[in-house]
Every structure is written in structure tokens, then in C-alpha cells.
Design a protein around this ligand. Structure first.
Ligand code: NOJ
Length: 533
């Protein structure tokens, strides 16, 4: 039986930046609920919410201090419950982000753990007398000295995000209780944050160094033995509840690593960074990553398709800022084999924002990169350039709803800068314009709903030639062909026009009768094969 998540187009909501409902400049549940009709109309049937739990927000909620609550900036439990029931009323599923790897340093568990070496919770976190050479994924050492107990604690990210010790079964039990709590509240599943970091190697050997790339190889602090066993237990627990979904953030572009974590009895899917984080608008590279994934995955594994997120540069900017390219990527995401995850603002072609001054930078990773650059003697200007590279604010600016002040996101100055181009790139301007990016997303999402082959079909073929990617997806009911011309030149698709009907194109309304079709530069062409009588 086809699972619901296999039929779903997900949409990532970055909590503080989607819609402010109470006029404090920060997105919240009231705001999201007020936009559910917009999402429904767009054709979304699944949401992923970034963390909304109480948090000091050093890393915007990925530092949780209470797993059972709602951060007051986002509302109260009642607002969450209203949101869930309103989403479900519209047949929209909701999965929530869960950070199992680390807690905030303000979490009571950590406060207890750091209170004394003999505290029963000491062993809930990872304490050592001496640090090894492991580097944090944000900046500097991943060990922080704690003066009062004269030991170091481990943190893979910021020092305020303290890694839990998953070798301790009490930690597991506590987190399983958290999962049960939210499942009973009615969420449809979880997005598991940095799940392949869950355990470190208990030999604590130093990581080796890659001298060519000039960076540490994270050999002992991720993808360790034992993580998969925990994932299997998580899957068993979660799947005891009917119809729940697990997607894992496995921070890797290596298909062999990605494939380890999903499938029957494991997570349902994991994020395919091997496809999503490509940095060039290059059809050949996309093709080879799609094929690599197709060849590596077993029949119980399904890829995910995304090109932007709150951690990445927005793909339109990454690929040169061209709207036509945004449409090609949209078509790829919504017609190739995989579970799509659209990032808020993708659907209107939002672009990256860049900070002119360090005082405008909100992201901890950007700020730490700045401090590090300054400490190594870089000028303020150079340090800002380095920080902007790593800073994730670029894709975290408020959703651009209208040309009004603050992009119609809030009535007051938002917590983060609003890009000037919100005056032109916004939902209001694009609604009702048949040629807009928003209308294109809507057409694609509708088509995906109407044609089951686009959701569950296997590749009958997948091909790349000279700037053009094409594939055919077929299931027991139909065949749908997709041609994506990534090049600036006309290309030829060898397909008999008599045997196809046009489903969607960004460049034409009809197809001429011919043995071969001319595909225009940057054209998206989606065709249905007519079976011979
Ligand atoms: C991945 C999240 O997506 C990112 O925003 C966060 O900084 C890290 N995990 C650490 O939790």
C-alpha cells in the first residue's frame, strides 16, 4: 500500500520567519494558522515545522530547554493545538523537528549534570578530563571547559548546545517519553535533527586531518556504530502509532552513508544532500546524482528532493538568480522520483539576503565565523565576507507576503532584516499572474496531485544529453514524460508527438505534430504518453 508521505508535497516552515500573528516581529502559531488557506491553495499537503519549544534561541530553537512546551514567542500550547487541528481539517499533515542529539545548556538536565561530578545526571552528557582534537561543526573545539567541576563537556555545535550521552539508556528513555508526548498530541511524525551525530566513538581518538582540503575529517564524531540501532528503536516506537513518518537529517552527501539510515524498520526517508546541495546549475551533475541515488537505493527506499532550506543558500541565488532556472528546479523537485520538501519562499523565488554589517547578523554560525576570522587577524571587511559565506541568515529572512512595509510579515520591525526586493518579489504581486513563479508552483503541485505516476511511478528511463535532462515515470495507470532544458539553446526530444499530450510547459500552449520536439531554452515540458490502441 502506498504510504501518505509518498503522496505528499512537504513545505518547510522556518518558525520565526513565516508569519507574525501577534505583532511582536517574530513568526508564531497564530500567524501560521492564518496562512493555512494559502498553503492549501498552493497545493501543499504536509508541513515541517522547525523547533518551537522553549529555548534561549542561541541557534534559533535548535537549543531546546524544555521538550514539553511551546516557546512563548510562538504562542501557547492552545495555539499549537488549534494549528494542528486546523491543518488536519484541511488534510495537511504536520511533522515537527526534534533535536535528540543535544539540549540547550539551559536545560534543567544539563544544569543538574554540571552541578557536580557525582550527580546522577552527570552521565547524561559527555564529560572528559581532557579534550581531544574534535572540532565543532560551527567553530573551534567541540569541548568546553567547565570550571566548577574541572572537566570538559562535548558539543558538536555551539557551546550552548550540549551533546547528550546516548550511550546512557536513561537518556533514551527520557527522549522516548518526549516522542510519545508529541505523537499523542497528534503530530504526524518527526524530522530528526542531525541524527547521524547521535553517538560518538567511545575511544575518543583524535580525528585525522585532510591536508589537501585543509580540514578535519570527522571520522570519530559522526556515523558511529550503534546509531542505527537507536534509529531502529525510534522507528519501532514511532510506527506503533499508525501512519507516522520519520525523516532524518543525515548530514552527508555520500549516498552510501545516506542509504544506511532509511528503509523498512528504519527512518522512512533521509534528506538527500547528495542531490539537494549541488552548487551549480548543472543538469549533468543533477542527472548523475539522481542516477546514483536510483542505483543505490533498494525497493523500500525513497529519495527526498529539496534544493533550499534554512541552513542553505536559496537555490535561485546559488544558481545565478534567474527565475527561469527557479522554474526548472521547481519542476524537477515536483516531478522526479522522491518526496519533495519546498522551503518557504521557494514558491515566489525568494533570493538570498546578505548582511552589510556584523551587527545585522543573527545566525550563531555566522557570528562565530566572524569572531574566528577576527581572532586570526583578518580585517573587519574580510571577516564579514567570511562570515557571510557561512551565515545562514541568507535564507532566513521573513516570508515576503506583500509589498507593504516589512513585507507584510509583521506590523513591526521583524527580528531579522527584510530584503529590499520584497517590494517586487512577494506573494501578493504574484497571485493572479499566470506567468509568475507562484502560479507555476501551483500548476506543478496540481499536476502532481492529478497524475499518480508523478508520485509513485518508477523511472522508465532517465537521460541526460547536452544540457537537457529527461525522464519518464510510469506506474500501473500511466506514463508521464518530463524534459527539462537547462541550456540556453534549443534541444531536440525524440518523441512522437502523435503519441503524447501536453500536460504543462512554461513556454508553450500546444505541441506541434512531429517525430521530434524542439525544446526551447529553459523549457519545462511535461507530457503524457498516449497508449497505442
Ligand atoms: C541542523 C539544523 O537544521 C541547523 O539549523 C542546526 O544549526 C543544527 N542542526 C544543529 O542543531
Amino acid at each position: 500500500m502506498v504510504k501518505w508521505w509518498n503522496q505528499t508535497a512537504f513545505y518547510e516552515i522556518y518558525m520565526p520567519s513565516f508569519k507574525d500573528g501577534n505583532g511582536d516581529g517574530i513568526g508564531d502559531f497564530a500567524g501560521i494558522t492564518s496562512k493555512l488557506d494559502y498553503l492549501k491553495d498552493l497545493g501543499i499537503n504536509g508541513l515541517w515545522l522547525t523547533p518551537f519549544y522553549p529555548s534561549p534561541k542561541v541557534d534559533n530553537g535548535y537549543d531546546i530547554s524544555d521538550y514539553y512546551g511551546i516557546d512563548p514567542a510562538y504562542g501557547e500550547m492552545e495555539d499549537f493545538e488549534t494549528f494542528i487541528s486546523e491543518a488536519h481539517r484541511r488534510n495537511i499533515k504536520v511533522i515537527i523537528d526534534l533535536v535528540l542529539n543535544h539540549t540547550s545548556s539551559e536545560h534543567p538536565w544539563f544544569k543538574e549534570s554540571r552541578s557536580s561530578r557525582n550527580h546522577p545526571k552527570r552521565n547524561w552528557y559527555i564529560w572528559r578530563d581532557k579534550p581531544n582534537n574534535w572540532e565543532s561543526f560551527f567553530s573551534g573545539s567541540s569541548w568546553e571547559y567547565d570550571e566548577s567541576t574541572d572537566q570538559y563537556y562535548y558539543h558538536a555545535f555551539a557551546k550552548e548546545q550540549v551533546d547528550l550521552n546516548w550511550a546512557n539508556t536513561d537518556v533514551k528513555k527520557a527522549m522516548f517519553d518526549v516522542m510519545k508526548f508529541w505523537l499523542e498530541k497528534g503530530v504526524d511524525g518527526f524530522r530528526l535533527d542531525v541524527i547521524n551525530f547521535l553517538k560518538v566513538n567511545n575511544s575518543f581518538q583524535d580525528n585525522p586531518y585532510d591536508h589537501e582540503k585543509n580540514e578535519q575529517i570527522h571520522l570519530f564524531d559522526k556515523d558511529q556504530k550503534g546509531i542505527l540501532d537507536v534509529i531502529k528503536e525510534i522507528a519501532e516506537l514511532v510506527h506503533q502509532y499508525p501512519d507516522k513518518f520519520l525523516v532524518g537529517e543525515v548530514g552527508s552527501e555520500d549516498i552510501e552513508i545516506l542509504k544506511r539510515y532509511s528503509g523498512t524498520g528504519k527512518m522512512d526517508v533521509s534528506f538527500n544532500f547528495n542531490i539537494g546541495s549541488i552548487d551549480k546549475f548543472d543538469a549533468e551533475q543533477i542527472y548523475s546524482r539522481l542516477v546514483e541515488t536510483e542505483q543505490a537505493y533498494e525497493s523500500d527506499q525513497m529519495p527526498t528532493l529539496f534544493f533550499s532550506s534554512h541552513d542553505m543558500s536559496r537555490h535561485i541565488s546559488r544558481f545565478g538568480g534567474d527565475e527561469e532556472r527557479g522554474k526548472l528546479i521547481a519542476a524537477l523537485m515536483l516531478t522526479a522520483k522522491g518526496v519533495p520538501f519546498i522551503y518557504q519562499g521557494d514558491e515566489i523565488g525568494m533570493k538570498d539576503w546578505v548582511a552589510d554589517d556584523i551587527s545585522m547578523m543573527m545566525d550563531v554560525q555566522g557570528r562565530l565565523a566572524y569572531e574566528e576570522a577576527i581572532s586570526t587577524g583578518k580585517s573587519k571587511e574580510d571577516a564579514l565576507a567570511v562570515a557571510n559565506e557561512r551565515c545562514r541568515d541568507k535564507s532566513r529572512t521573513p516570508m515576503q507576503w506583500s509589498p507593504a512595509s516589512y513585507a507584510g510579515f509583521s506590523k513591526v520591525r521583524p527580528w531579522i532584516s527584510v530584503p529590499d526586493e520584497s517590494c517586487t518579489i512577494n506573494v501578493q504581486n504574484q497571485q493572479g499572474n499566470p506567468n509568475s513563479m507562484l502560479s507555476f508552483y501551483k500548476r506543478l503541485l496540481k499536476l502532481r496531485m492529478e497524475h499518480s505516476s508523478l508520485r509513485t511511478g518508477e523511472y522508465e528511463f532517465i537521460d541526460y544529453q547536452d544540457g537537457m535532462l529527461s525522464f519518464m515515470r510510469t506506474n500501473e495507470f500511466e506514463s508521464t514524460g518530463v524534459a527539462l532544458n537547462f541550456s540556453e539553446e534549443e534541444k531536440t526530444l525524440n518523441i512522437e508527438a502523435e503519441r503524447v499530450t501536453l500536460l504543462l510547459s512554461n513556454k508553450r500552449k500546444l505541441i506541434e505534430s512531429a517525430k521530434a520536439l524542439a525544446i526551447l531554452p529553459n523549457e519545462v515540458l511535461i507530457l503524457r504518453r498516449i497508449l497505442k490502441k
